[in-house]
Design a protein around this ligand. Sequence first.
Ligand code: NDP
Length: 336
Amino acid sequence: GKKIVLAARPEGMPTAEHLQEERLEVPRPGEGEMLLRTLYLSLDPYMRGRMSAAKSYAAPVEIGGVMEGATVCEVVESRLDGYQPGEYVLAGAGWQTHAVSNGKGVRKLDPAKASLTTALGVMGMPGFTAYAGLLELGQPKSGETVVVSAASGAVGQVVGQIARLKGCRVVGIAGADDKCAYVTDELGFDAAVNYKSEDFRDRLAEACPDGIDVYFENVGGKVLAAVLPNLNEFSRMPVCGLIAHYNDTSAPEGPDRLPGFMRTVLAKRVMVRGFIQFDFAPLMPDFVRDMSGWLADGSVRYREDVVQGLENAVDAFQGLLEGRNRGKLIVQVGED
Ligand code: NDP
């Protein structure tokens, strides 16, 4: 087998120098354990945070340690009650082909019910993030305007579709014309704006003639700056992610924009609230019920970007931080 370990903490974009592939001696399960073989590894922006020693809501991966990550695995050998070889599970095996588990934090998957990869995307952590952040903090009401950034990605595509189901006008912001076309033509967003276009600010304002009632923040940077003047009184801003800043190595140059931001928050009485999806764990059963229904009746659709081979995980992860992915990014590590 093989594994990818954190060999050094990156400054800026992580590369193969920081994330090194090593041979993995396939472990043997002890009593009360099982051996898992990884089929799919989820790649998510939070992993950039785990590579850093900066204090955060979760501990960093240690130098020399296997990179963390959610996985879909097949049980190969089991000395653990309740698990049989050939069964599929959602686990946290990380960036490696095999892992031993004692069953903690592991959940069985039924491939007859839903395609296995959805456990990492629309039915998994990113889908739940969209659901909980939008509904609990965004509080979208019919007729309101909801704007979401990183709109075509794992979280954003779900945010926009749920907002549509709640009767909102939905505007996506994304970094490529084909991503914008995807969310309007395939997912039913009312409008989408490419933040790399020259007239981005004007086009965003045009797409939101009644202002913005909910801004689901995934990005930060110039996207946030363009959203601010359009926020309505009593608007809500769930702060989910700030991916534009994850590779930052120093504070940005230029004027201090913080006073202007705070002036908007005060004058418009904006509710700004950061969250990490696990804060809303009690909503998980509601999410599973609602999302299963929406997928079954076709009212929520999704796109996954499946890259072949663990050896391509580093390149794919760089792509995530550069906008190369098209939908939820997943690495196929083994054949299912
Ligand atoms: P995506 O599938 O959306 O992939 C990341 C996307 O971010 C890229 O495709 C790119 O899209 C965009 N992006 C990358 N760099 C920049 C940049 N410099 N400026 C603007 N956009 C950029 O990832 P996820 O849906 O998994 O994650 C989206 C956000 O949600 C992230 O910020 C992530 O950290 C956050 N998140 C937070 C959670 C929480 O609990 N709070 C849980 C899960 C995710 P484009 O081409 O459109 O720029």
